[in-house]
Design a protein. Structure first.
Ligand SMILES: Cc1cc2nc3c(=O)[nH]c(=O)nc-3n(C[C@H](O)[C@H](O)[C@H](O)COP(=O)(O)OP(=O)(O)OC[C@H]3O[C@@H](n4cnc5c(N)ncnc54)[C@H](O)[C@@H]3O)c2cc1C
Length: 557
């Protein structure tokens, strides 16, 4: 966790008189006078502008636990309120009221705040950095939602994982320990099956919410504007989709990004990416995704999650638009579509595996999983680089890590990772082996795995409570396969010819699929290099091709 105490001047910067004058040109309204103590915005307000103080002071506070309030700062002249949610009009995580002598402040709604950040490189950098650091600060101090649940509970861990990946701040109160969390549960008569409770920043209480319900309460899944036609609709907010969003939105295209989970895709599951250009000390997948997400918001891309795209509906006639059918019956229309839906972890053929997913079996290793199995024996299956990273991350935190792998590591893992994990004293290698069966105990907890040696058929039983699976991934193309040509493994073919009936006056562009104006990039594309840098590169490249396609569409109308 970053120590922010030395960065107060960056978290709460003061604009100079010249910078205030420059900012004034981007304000969304006239300055407003607030009397002493008057509420300017409350925690959980949607579409609340950021306010630049030009006279007096503004006190900013956050919720503390379930009923308390804690001061964050007091903004003086030249200081702007808000954090990254204000870039997209999402609900505020803090509240503000005028200081002791009142204040006068200029409003910047989401569109005008983005215009300010983009329009002035100097002020934009100062403000963007402040908005991001304030979010980090809120995460560190535990503002935001309050989760009340039993430590180690699978639903609580899932919700924590979802909020962490979305960079949404939260605190956890243990439902089994006397305190305000338990008091709330007793007062509302909450049953064990209804845990965890999630108390959203606006006070709404959700009982054992799904990720989608939590996201709606936090304003992550905004209402989609009816009748809007986007220049580009992107399916997937992994590295490829986010890169497309950043390049397309920064070049003035209207962009929507849809993801069924969270930002970051597979990369978001990586504890440390060490081979991405420009990060010599490595960067966690979540940190990289968080930066890209904020960059996309800054340029005005709409990022909607978690929402699954269920189908692609081709344009019905010349001049009409492509559309995406979303879970829940909604639709998004666009002139072009980018399929950046990546790949999904592979499930091994082991009886009863589904019963333990999220409850002992994990397909990624984040700090949340590491905490759940700290000091215990764990089994990890897989021999690729993603497995290597997870081993390097987990082994120092567990008692013993059994690595089960079918082939020699040299065939599938980078040398630097092999060297690193071989130097770890508590990694036990089970080479030429595979997991044959898993067993649970009476309390439905995973308790052992049977490992079979593929060479001599011998069996060994390993006691465990946590099994990590890193055995590769299949393309996420099932939802679109009826309309687009794929290779036999389901990877989407690009640049080879259109299937569509009807007049076609051009050849497909290199990243264009068999359906005109639909592109595919990143891990889901046949022949792509399965790397973050390659996905990001294709995200940049596809935007140039989208411009050509849009030009062609325009020319034909
Ligand atoms: C644990 C791990 C570690 C890795 N480490 C490295 C590394 O160190 N260096 C490196 O270069 N590469 C690494 N990789 C590979 C890298 O992460 C991938 O190549 C990269 O993430 C591919 O990006 P993408 O955007 O194409 O797809 P993905 O990252 O797979 O993202 C696709 C997104 O699409 C969403 N989606 C799928 N279907 C739908 C749908 N129907 N509706 C809505 N959304 C949908 C998914 O939820 C997902 O967020 C690692 C991968 C893993 C799993």
């Amino acid at each position: 966790m970053e120590d922010l105490s030395t960065r107060r001047h960056q978290i709460f910067p003061v604009l100079s008189p010249d910078q205030i004058e420059m900012a004034r040109r981007f304000a969304s309204g006239e300055p407003v006078r607030f009397s002493p103590g008057e509420a300017i915005y409350s925690v959980g307000d949607r579409q609340a502008p950021a306010w630049l103080v030009i006279e007096g002071s503004m006190e900013v506070y956050r919720h503390e636990g379930l009923s308390g309030e804690a001061p964050i700062t007091c903004h003086g002249v030249g200081q702007l309120s808000g954090e990254v949610n204000q870039l997209s009009g999402r609900p505020t995580l803090a509240g503000a009221r005028a200081g002791q002598t009142g204040c006068t402040a200029m409003p910047f709604d989401a569109a005008h705040l983005r215009a300010l950040v983009i329009g002035s490189a100097e002020v934009g950098e100062v403000i963007m950095r402040a908005l991001i650091l304030r979010r980090v600060n809120l995460i560190d101090t535990g503002a935001g939602s309050v989760l009340i649940g039993i430590a180690g509970n699978a639903a609580l861990a899932r919700l924590q994982g979802f909020l962490t990946r979305g960079a949404f701040p939260y605190t956890v109160l243990d439902a089994a320990i006397e305190g305000e969390g338990k008091a709330l549960i007793d007062r509302l008569g909450i049953q064990a099956a209804e845990l965890p409770l999630m108390v959203c920043p606006n006070g709404t209480i959700l009982r054992n919410p799904s990720d989608a319900e939590a996201a709606t309460c936090l304003g992550m899944t905004p209402d989609l504007p009816l009748g809007k036609i986007y220049d580009v609709a992107i399916v997937g907010a992994g590295p490829a989709g986010l890169a497309t969003a950043v390049y397309a939105a920064s070049e003035g295209l209207s962009v929507i990004v849809l993801d069924e989970r969270a930002v970051g895709g597979q990369a978001g599951a990586s504890s440390r990416i060490e081979n991405y250009l420009g990060f010599p000390t490595g960067i966690s997948g979540q940190a990289l995704a968080g930066r890209a997400y904020n960059q996309a918001l800054k340029f005005g891309a709409e990022v909607v999650l978690p929402v699954a795209v269920e189908d692609l509906v081709p344009a019905q006639r010349t001049g009409s638009f492509l559309s995406l059918a979303l879970a829940g019956g909604r639709r998004v229309e666009a002139r072009t579509i980018v399929v950046a839906s990546g790949a999904r972890y592979r499930r091994p053929e082991i009886d009863g595996i589904a019963a333990f997913e999220g409850n002992g079996i994990s397909y990624w290793a984040s700090p949340i999983e590491a905490k759940l199995c700290a000091g215990q024996d764990v089994v990890l299956v897989g021999g690729g680089n993603s497995a290597g990273q997870a081993i390097a991350f987990l082994a120092p935190q567990v008692s013993k890590l059994h690595l089960v792998v079918r082939r020699a590591l040299e065939e599938t893992m980078s040398r630097y990772l092999i060297d690193r994990i071989k130097a770890l004293p508590n990694v036990v290698f089970h080479l030429n082996c595979e997991v044959d069966a898993i067993e649970g105990n009476a309390a439905q907890r995973l308790c052992s795995a049977t490992v079979r040696n593929r060479r001599d058929g011998s069996m060994a039983q390993l006691p465990l409570h946590h099994l990590f699976l890193f055995i590769g991934a299949d393309p996420n193309s099932g939802w679109v396969r009826d309309h687009i040509r794929t290779d036999p493994k389901g990877f989407i073919i690009t640049g080879q010819g259109f299937d569509a009936a009807g007049e076609q006056t051009r050849r497909p562009l290199p990243l264009e699929t068999s359906l005109p104006n639909v592109f595919a990039i990143g891990d889901v594309r046949a022949g792509s290099t399965k790397r973050v840098a390659a996905a990001v590169g294709e995200g940049a490249a596809v935007v140039a091709q989208i411009h050509l396609a849009l030009h062609h569409i325009g020319a034909r109308r």
